[in-house]
Write a protein that binds this ligand. Structure first.
Ligand SMILES: C[S@@+](CC[C@H](N)C(=O)[O-])C[C@H]1O[C@@H](n2cnc3c(N)ncnc32)[C@H](O)[C@@H]1O
Length: 225
């Protein structure tokens, strides 16, 4: 069995504003998902048509917009960065979202307990690139995590990713190519060079584009094999 690699990202940033602190104290408990969850549907107050997971939602812009656009679905977000969790709670409160649930920690502490084929898709927007090869084990796309994503995503479901980092684009694609459960169907360079219009912006995405970097947009399909 592989050794568990700890989470190396930031858990705290600038001191929290009063609103964020209040939302974390008062609202987070309503959105929180328990540990060792065995039934994702039961998390929601409605019967969700589809359930999606966003790993590393950052400020929560992408997750909140997806959830607003499709109230019939359920959205689970994971993010250990507390300031980001506060930001998602603000979006949930402003947009009055009832179809979002939050795991404010490393997603790998949850996934093993989740049932097979329990997700319609996973979103990972602008993952930490960890470009040095000695940090390769910290990358979110590796053999073990991809096998777990393939177990959790239903046949025909989506693994959505984006990155502006050359090294991350490479490790994303080489990981996918080595996994028989996912396919990447592209016909034209614009299929990965142009952002799909319906994908909401993220804070990191905006910064990357403003600074002249060129993200790649990846949509992988969970195959039926
Ligand atoms: C570069 S940021 C991108 C944030 C956001 N998706 C965006 O595009 O603005 C990557 C995020 O992934 C989170 N992250 C990294 N590993 C994670 C894990 N194992 N579980 C949950 N979140 C993780 C980090 O805390 C960080 O906020």
């Amino acid at each position: 069995m592989e050794a568990f690699i700890p989470f190396y990202g930031r858990r705290k940033g600038r001191p929290l504003r009063n609103t964020a602190r209040r939302l974390l104290e008062e609202d987070l408990p309503k959105y929180l998902i328990p540990k060792s969850l065995h039934n994702l549907t039961s998390l929601f107050s409605h019967q969700p048509e589809k359930i999606f997971l966003e790993i590393g939602f950052g400020g929560g812009e992408h997750l909140a917009k997806e959830a607003k656009n499709a109230p019939q679905n359920g959205y689970i977000g994971a993010e250990p960065f507390l300031n980001g969790v506060g930001s998602l709670l603000k979006h949930c409160s402003d947009k009055k979202l009832d179809n979002v649930r939050i795991w404010p920690d490393d997603i790998r502490l949850q996934l093993a307990a989740w049932p097979i084929a329990s997700l319609d898709g996973i979103f990972i927007m602008f993952p930490d690139p960890w470009p040095k090869s000695r940090h390769a084990s910290r990358r979110i796309i590796n053999k073990e995590n991809l096998a777990e994503f393939a177990r959790l995503i239903k046949e025909g479901g989506e693994l959505r990713m984006a990155s502006d980092h050359a090294s991350a684009k490479n490790w994303i694609l080489s990981g996918i190519m080595a996994n028989p459960h996912f396919s990447w169907s592209v016909e034209h360079p614009d299929d990965w060079r142009v952002k799909p219009i319906q994908w909401p912006e993220t804070r990191y995405m905006k910064k990357a584009i403003e600074e002249g970097r060129k993200p790649a947009w990846f949509k992988f399909k969970r195959l039926s094999i």
